[in-house]
Write a protein that binds this ligand. Structure first.
Ligand code: ZN
Ligand code: ZN
Length: 343
């Protein structure tokens, strides 16, 4: 089969032939139906040796929808034939955060003593879904998607899940009175606008320099969309600002939008630095957080929102052979919504 593989650090990925894996033990074998491309893949590809504790070669792809076509001898064979989306946080299931249902903060996924980042899951340390087939170690890491189209289901695994977890963990500030701001209406941000609506958010502002992204935000339920954070009316300040860009420019400007008791939630990995302190002019009660991905229960929740028609993924499908070209477009910001490869 074909797979999009990283063979050397700092080198572009390649489409290469690999053997179809055989499921062992409790593993499931998926025929991949769709797999999303993510900016995190670019971070992995661009990294010099020594940043990630991942063995190479590695098949990329951490946003995967597929059909279970085989199981190992210790797995439940009733999974065969099911359409699923893969939960890409391959947590230990046993540490105190896993036992609390916070498996996206599993202790086994913490930075290594030598500073290296550990393997997380498919495409991020283990062979992922930018291939015709992939192995999932256990049924704990799949969620049924029923009749959802694969191109819509795949982005639920990261783009929607990450946005949902960021919003759900700040849900005490999302109500009919709330003012929420979504910075960056790309793969995650366009889903965040819809999730805020679905969870009963009051005023939702969106920010994106691209006119087509602002139009998308308005179509998906934003009250107003701005080209620049500085243009947002600041009458009361925002209760919660979700920064899906995370650059120096956005994070610092976003912090200035907060009202009393407001929270800045930094989701994007744009390399921004923010200096915070109690005497730096931020409003009383400010909070800053940087949530990571989401839990399996969050993934079940976004699948449910999609089934109820409350979450529609803006995605474009491409061929697996075109992966390298699409990564280039993603790097240039030339993808609207989410790019999905269909093997
Ligand atoms: Zn991602
Ligand atoms: Zn754990």
């Amino acid at each position: 089969m074909k797979a999009v593989r990283l063979t050397g650090w700092g080198e572009p990925a390649q489409v290469l032939p690999v053997r179809v894996p055989e499921p062992q033990g409790a593993e499931l074998l998926l025929e991949v139906r769709a797999a999303g491309l993510c900016r995190s893949d670019l971070h992995v590809m661009d990294a010099p040796a020594g940043v990630f504790d991942y063995p190479l070669p590695l098949t990329l792809g951490h946003e995967v929808a597929g059909t279970v076509v085989g199981v190992g001898p210790a797995a439940d064979s009733s999974w065969v034939g099911e359409s699923v989306v893969v939960h890409g946080v391959w947590s230990c299931g046993d540490c105190r955060n896993c036992r609390r249902g916070r498996e996206n903060y599993c202790h086994e996924l913490r930075r290594r003593a030598d500073g290296r980042l550990p393997a997380i899951g498919n495409g991020l340390g283990y062979d992922g879904g930018l291939a015709e087939a992939m192995i999932v170690p256990t049924e704990r890491f799949v969620v049924r998607t029923g009749g959802l189209a694969p191109e819509s289901a795949a982005p639920l695994a990261d783009a929607a899940l990450t946005a949902y977890h960021a919003i759900r963990t700040n849900q005490d500030l999302v109500d009919d009175q709330s003012v929420a701001v979504v910075v960056g209406v790309g793969g995650l941000g366009h889903l965040a606008v819809q999730i805020l609506r679905a969870l009963g958010g009051g005023t939702v502002f969106a920010v994106d320099p691209r006119p087509e992204s602002r139009a998308l935000a308005m179509r998906l339920g934003a009250d107003a969309a701005f080209a620049d954070i500085a243009r947002i009316p600041q009458s009361t300040g925002a209760d919660v600002v979700f920064d899906f860009v995370g650059s120096d420019a956005t994070t610092n400007a976003a912090a200035q939008l907060l009202g009393p008791g407001g929270r800045l939630v930094v989701v994007g990995s744009g390399g921004g630095r923010l200096t915070v302190g109690k005497d730096l002019g931020l409003p009383n009660g400010w909070q800053v957080s940087a949530p990571f991905w989401g839990t399996r229960a969050d993934l079940e929740a976004v699948v449910d929102l999609a089934h109820r028609g409350l979450l529609s993924v803006e995605s474009t499908a491409y061929r697996l052979d075109d992966a390298l070209d699409i990564y280039d477009r993603l790097r240039r910001g030339a993808i609207r919504g989410r790019a999905v490869l269909v093997p």
